[in-house]
Structures are given as C-alpha cells and as structure tokens.
Design a binder for this molecule. Structure first.
Ligand code: PEP
Length: 249
C-alpha cells in the first residue's frame, strides 16, 4: 500500500509575514491523516519554515538544488545546505526549471543522485507540453524524462524517490488534466518502470500536479495510480491546501 504524498510548491512567492501566516494556518488547521504532507519553500525562508515546522508532522523541502557539493558556483545552493536546514525533499526537473532555465535531463539526473546521496528524497517532475500532447508524443516525452534518471541512478533508486506527473499545459493555467487523462499517464509511467522492476514500480508514489484545487483533488486522488499531488498556486492558501491534504486521506 503506497502512502499518499501531498507536496506544496510555493515557487517564488512569499514574504516573512505571509510565510508566518501560512505556516500558522497549516500547523493549526491540518488534522493528522494518512498522507505525508510537505511544503517546498524558497531558499531564504527555509530557516523560518524549519523553526515553525520542527516537531510537527509537516515536512519541508526545496524547489531546486545544485548538482555540485560545494565550490565556485555563484548563486547556487548545495544539498548539504538543504540538509543543514532540515529539508527532507527536493523538487527536481520542474517544467519551469526545464523551460526557463534550460535544465536538461542529464543535469537533472546528476541532481537526483546528489540529493539521494545525502539521504534526501527527490521529487522528480516529468510532463509534456500542449504541442507534444497534440502531436501524440506524451508517453515518449515523459518516459524519456523518467528513464534519463533511471538509467543514471539505477532502478532501485526509485524506491527512495517520488515521481510527479505535471502536464505543462495544466500548470498554473487553471486547466486540470481530467482524472482519466492523468490516470492514463500515471499507469503508463508505472508500467514502464515495471519493465525494469515490478516491485519498485508498485511501491513508487506518483503525484499529479497541474491546477489541483480542493474542488478537484478528490476525484484525481481516487484514481488507482495517482498517489497524491504536487500543488502550486493552491498551496499558498492554508485552507485550500489543507482541504487538498484531507482529500488524499
Ligand atoms: C506546480 O508548480 O508544480 C504546479 C502544479 O502548479 P499549479 O498547481 O499552480 O498548477
């Protein structure tokens, strides 16, 4: 039985004041449930998040990391630094990083290995653009993104990772994939991994991301291969995010 995961991706949003309000709302409003809940905050707020969430059931993580351990990489943040602030997870390969910052599969695979080597859990994002979907290339695109990491890290590495299917056309657009569209891709991703190792495929949590809200979370999470969500915009609203977490169990 896979444990559901609900991860908030705050992206580049927040101030000390809004982060404090959001964390108070989550700490006091979130009832214990079956789902693992975490928030991925911008780097400058990780210290504040760690102070507020230590000792609670809510975990926290980052939205990106360097593939390098230390050194002359101006502007970068290492996995060791994230460890110092108690991060449990790191989002990798988000479509905004791929599209806006040119992150390629090989670099994402290196980051994945660095995160796991430090004992943190990578949340690997894969997803197709609208053009790719319309061209019938969805499965080949997401499988290529996934297998670039599996081929570098090894299939057993997926036992200590989370996968997120995020169709690019559904991120921040208000257009959610239908439960059938999402389930089809989740099932195909799991089947692809099962060709390498059935037990690993079966144990992997695959999250859906793309305009998940309190109003559509339950029907998405009810699909057999959807094990929770990666939540962008709706994770900035405590009440909305808590309702999504509750929909995950
Ligand atoms: C995301 O950024 O990972 C995301 C899913 O965003 P949104 O929920 O706003 O579509």
């Amino acid at each position: 039985m896979r444990t559901p995961v609900v991860a908030g991706n705050w992206k580049m949003n927040g101030t000390k004041a809004t982060v404090a309000t959001l964390l108070q709302g989550l700490k006091h409003g979130l009832q214990p449930g079956r789902a693992n809940v975490l928030v991925c905050a911008p780097f400058p707020y990780l210290s504040q998040v760690a102070d507020e969430l230590s000792g609670t059931a809510i975990q926290w993580g980052a939205q990106n990391v360097s593939e390098h351990p230390s050194g002359a990489y101006t502007g970068e943040v290492s996995v060791g630094m994230l460890e110092d602030f108690g991060c449990s997870h790191v989002i990798l390969g988000h479509s905004e990083r791929r599209a806006l910052y040119g992150e390629q599969d090989d670099v994402i695979a290196e980051k994945f290995c660095a995160v796991q080597a430090a004992g943190l859990t990578p949340i690997l994002c894969v997803g197709e653009t609208l053009e790719q979907r319309e061209a019938g290339a969805t499965m080949s695109v997401v499988e290529q993104q996934l297998m670039a990491v599996v081929n570098r890290a090894g299939i057993t590495a997926m036992t200590k990772a989370v996968l997120a299917y995020e169709p690019v056309w559904a991120i921040g657009t208000g257009k959610t994939a239908s439960p059938e569209q999402a389930q089809e891709v989740h099932q195909a991703l799991r089947a692809r991994l099962a060709r390498e190792d059935g037990a690993v495929a079966d144990s992997l949590s695959i999250l859906y991301g793309g305009s998940v809200k309190a109003s559509n979370a339950a029907e998405l999470f009810a699909c057999p291969d959807i094990d929770g969500g990666l939540i962008g915009g709706a994770s900035l609203d405590a009440e909305e995010f808590i309702a999504i977490c509750q929909a995950a169990g």
